[in-house]
Design a protein around this ligand. Sequence first.
Ligand SMILES: *Cc1c(COP(=O)(O)O)cnc(C)c1O
Length: 454
Amino acid sequence: MADQHKILLDESELPTRWYNVIPDLPSPPPPPLHPGTLQPVGPDDLAPLFPMDLIMQEVTQDSYVDIPDEVLDVYRLWRPSPLFRAHRLEKALGTPARLYYKYEGGSPAGSHKPNTAVPQAFYNKKSGVTKITTETGAGQWGTALAFACAVYGLDCEVWQVGASYDGKPYRRSVMEVFGATVHRSPSDLTESGRKILADDDHHPGSLGIAISEAVEAAAGSETSHYALGSVLNHVLLHQTVIGEEALLQFAKVGDTPDLIVGCTGGGSNFAGLSFPFLREKLAGRIDPVIRAVEPASCPSLTRGTYAYDFGDTAGLTPLLKMHTLGHDFIPDPIHAGGLRYHGMSPLISHIYELGLMEAISVPQLECFDAAITFARAEGIVPAPEPTHAIAACIREALACKESGEEKVILTALCGHGHFDMAAYDAYLGGTMVDEDVPDSRFAEPLTRLPQVDL
Ligand SMILES: *Cc1c(COP(=O)(O)O)cnc(C)c1O
């Protein structure tokens, strides 16, 4: 069975529950704090931004949450997603390792993001609002939410990070096809945006700035809510369908991963794949190494600090205890736009602190080298974000070639790169560079972390 290229599940094997890892951990993650009172935020504090169903999922102590039928029905458009055994890549590398990748690029947005966009839109619709605002970096989250809003008949307003808006015009077009309204961020539509435009009228923007704008727009409207595509517990919860399916697929071929690698921006695709395996690890049934891979120019886990910080640049969000580079850190405009976020999910940060996972960072050129090798062997052009996971997988596969070890490696291939061809052009044309970020650039924004004495 392990000889097959593509390990499929029947529609009837689609998971019907999301998995919450928190009750299985030795201790719970520290709570988000209200920026004014420094007390843990309560459901009422979040009610202007999120529907109550999602707020309850954010804080739930239940191990499982049932997936509503209305959501399962939409998931069936692209789920279960395939698990591939990368036979051709193994041969190209000459490795004795067995390489598998779980591919999320077949979804309507071409990434894992619709796994959470669909339930978020569903619960918002149920709560009675008529519009959802959000930010988007690479454009994938905006696309996913635009699609999900189209499914349930909601308006969708997206602030797209300026550098991405300028560089990926077709991502905007796709959002508009799905019916969304898209603004270049920073914009003159919000207080947060206008403040930044006053200093630089063509600022490249950042995820932190775009979040401030979308939050501000939702907070000022009775009929709008805000949606976040990563970082928060409920987002990670929704993504666990990826790992639950992968567990079933590995059982079908009678194999078990020794190493699980995924790229981390806010941590959702990585958590989605790895948390169900972490449950099995904590129960003593398997013992895989779980490794996050981040860009060398935005390394929140490997070079950030574990501290309370804002989720956005303007300081409008609750304080989150997370690995952070500082809420006003502006990363270099690398091509993996989805990984250009100053913070890391509090839940992933906590699990990292508990020593249950590892993290490494990889520079951009090595990622694109790996992507080309992968594309020529497997026939899929990966998004710039998962090229980090592929590079880490190839590093490990080549180490196995040296040692002769038959390691089983599972990689999260969380999206395709069909809207990222400018990045591939830069790589193939020889104009892509690796920026060496000096320690001082990381140290400086950390001096402006909010003061929280606990
Ligand atoms: C958004 C995105 C990411 C980064 O977000 P995570 O929450 O860390 O998964 C990575 N890859 C792709 C394809 C994305 O769309």
